[in-house]
Design a protein around this ligand. Sequence first.
Ligand code: AKG
Ligand code: FE2
Length: 377
Amino acid sequence: MAPSATEPQSQFSTTDRVLVKPWSRPAPTKEDLDWAPLVKIDLSHFDEPGGKQELARQLYDAVTNVGFWVVINTGLDDERVLRQFSIGNTFFKEPLEEKRKAPCNFAEGEYFGYRENSRWVGDTGVKENIEMLNIPKAIPAYAKEPKHAITTQNYDEIASFHRDVWEKVARKLFVLIAIILELPENYLADAHAYDEESDDHLRYMIYNVRTQDEWDRAQAYSKGGHTDFGSLTLLLSQHVAGLQIRTPEGNWKYVKPVEGGITCNAADTLTFLTKGFVKSTVHRVVTPPKDQINIPRLGLLYFSRPGANTPMRPVPSPLLDRLGLLTEEDKDPDRPAVSGTEYVRARVKDVHHKTVLDKREGTSFEFQGLKVPNYYD
Ligand SMILES: O=C(O)CCC(=O)C(=O)O
Ligand SMILES: [Fe+2]
């Protein structure tokens, strides 16, 4: 079918409309894995009198100690969530030539666009099995970012989902964390505002199937795990097991998908902004269990990052001050500081601007005094 005259066109070519085939979740694993106990935060109580304060109490240990938690009753319809998975799944089946039309610009540390599974994992003889498409916020600043045909053709739906994930989940979590920190309620939400420029993105992600042997070889490079670069990561429910977190006791435990829930974790920039009070927990993705090893692991995630107008200066939290975490320099609002975007781009460039993934044991990344390990034992 030829596209109609009124239909928005991809800027690259006039292609036929891509048929988005409905995707549904595969059956959960039957294996009895060692699951991490994660607290469930019921966001339906958020607007009740005293609700936010009670949820902040429930979230305290997760944010400061465990680093991961689950939110439920977010108000995001599962039908809409499944449509987003379906769009992602359809995108990954597009010809490579189409996917390559808008690649991530890693030379500049920019993560918007398509990341191909073309890089070698060190000298293992195995390539990465991850592909992703990262879509920027639906705000005027990014209107000119290159879009693939499928994104252009489904843009209204993608844009409203994108904003709703931030509004219904990320914003509320920032409010709860601000309450924990005794900051004005909107302090962190404003520092990560949807309408401001930042490298937030909605991510369609796929771990393509590979053999146990390929998983084993590749994992020599990732078994230590990683922390995420931004402030909050939201992982919409999918069923293929493999994500593990390192618990406060130092054990690896699996993250169990929660029907209709979203798994959330705090990440590095929120740790910097809170002088280590908010925990950016180490996690990794390992071989799926035997009954799922032949299923592609499709993911849908939202990454929130501090932006161009957010200086990477510790937040003026009375709690952090009482805990003795803030120095006089930290409390100086005029101290020059890099922006969230500058930090995040330096980090993305350092990790991804390469054709062979290197072994990073014993190394750290540091930018303007902000330092994180590249590898965890
Ligand atoms: O796919 C997952 O479960 C987590 C992915 C992840 O850790 C990441 O993209 O940073
Ligand atoms: Fe991660």
